[in-house]
Design a protein around this ligand. Structure first.
Ligand SMILES: Nc1ncnc2c1ncn2[C@@H]1O[C@H](COP(=O)(O)OP(=O)(O)OP(=O)(O)O)[C@@H](O)[C@H]1O
Ligand SMILES: [Mg+2]
Length: 277
């Protein structure tokens, strides 16, 4: 495992992600307006905030799926914003799970979990299958390895997506609203897999609207609004006793849906997710 060079003040070997002065614009629209933060090894950081606040963009910048306009990001000791960085090498160590499961439809669950192990990590078929099976067992789908995605429920597909990411032995897992496209009755199984991962010490950055999950599992919660981190701290503070009015307003809306004003972006967001769009 690469170590973080100790040539910068405040940077610790334990930091898996370090973000400094991150800005991101799409054309004239500034979506991230100066983000600083770090995630330490074994930490679970949940990112909450209204629709359009920049949560997904932040997550995507960490994996350089979006190129920052300014700022510096270090992931597992490598500066991914350095033009000379070998991004493919860094990404090998970062698992990403999206709202949409993005499984290969023509491959079985087991094959979905072995393909990158073989092509990216160079593992043999046998080793890849053993690792994949262990991870399917872990997400409670050990007996569904031969099923195709279309034969699985959304929650099962998402658990295969998690098993696939875990099969690469990631040092960091990024989740972007992994349960938002699921029917409510399927959310619990996915969240319990994530809870278990967190309990095992996986370093996780989770964009979520699941406040109960954030409250119970996060070591730290970041509340974003308008492209900045408005406040951050342990869930007991940010969710339990928020310091900022903007945080309180947001939490009122998500914790008590009757507060959702049908005209707001959040209502549209919730509706989009319900319809699976
Ligand atoms: N590729 C893009 N091109 C142009 N604008 C973009 C692009 N991606 C995101 N945006 C804009 O950036 C802003 C932040 O988007 P982002 O997806 O990061 O928000 P979010 O907090 O994840 O919202 P949600 O809760 O709806 O997922 C939005 O105004 C969005 O329209
Ligand atoms: Mg998003």
């Amino acid at each position: 495992m690469a170590t973080v060079p100790h040539d910068r003040p405040g940077e610790q070997a334990e930091d898996v992600v370090v973000v400094e002065g991150l800005h991101k614009s799409f054309g004239q629209l500034e979506v991230l307006s100066g983000i600083d933060g770090r995630i330490r090894k074994g930490e679970v950081v949940c990112v909450i905030g209204p629709s359009g606040s920049g949560k997904s963009t932040l997550l995507r910048c960490v994996n350089m799926l979006e190129e920052p306009t300014a700022g510096r990001i270090t992931v597992t000791g490598e500066e991914v914003t350095d033009p000379d960085c070998d991004l493919d090498a860094v990404r090998k160590g970062v698992g990403m799970v999206f709202q949409q499961f993005n499984l290969f439809p023509h491959l079985t669950a087991l094959q979905n979990c072995t393909i990158a192990q073989k092509s990216v990590l160079g593992r043999s078929e046998k080793e890849a299958r053993d690792v994949a099976q262990a991870n399917l067992d872990k997400v409670g789908l050990g007996d569904r390895g031969h099923s195709y995605p279309a034969q699985l429920s959304g929650g099962q597909q998402q658990r295969v997506a998690i098993a696939r990411a875990l099969s690469m032995d990631p040092q960091l897992m990024l989740f972007d609203e992994p349960t938002s496209a699921l029917d409510p009755e399927l959310v619990g199984d996915v969240l319990s897999v994530m809870r278990r991962l967190a309990a095992e010490g996986m370093t996780m950055m989770v964009v979520t609207h699941e406040m109960a999950f954030a409250r119970d599992v996060a070591d730290r919660v970041l509340f974003m609004d308008g492209g900045v981190i408005v406040e951050e701290g342990p869930p007991s503070e940010v969710i339990g006793n928020p310091a900022h009015e903007r945080t309180r307003t947001f939490l009122q809306r998500v914790l008590d849906p009757t507060h959702v004003d049908a005209g707001t972006e959040d209502a549209a967001h919730a509706e989009r997710h319900r319809s699976g769009a």
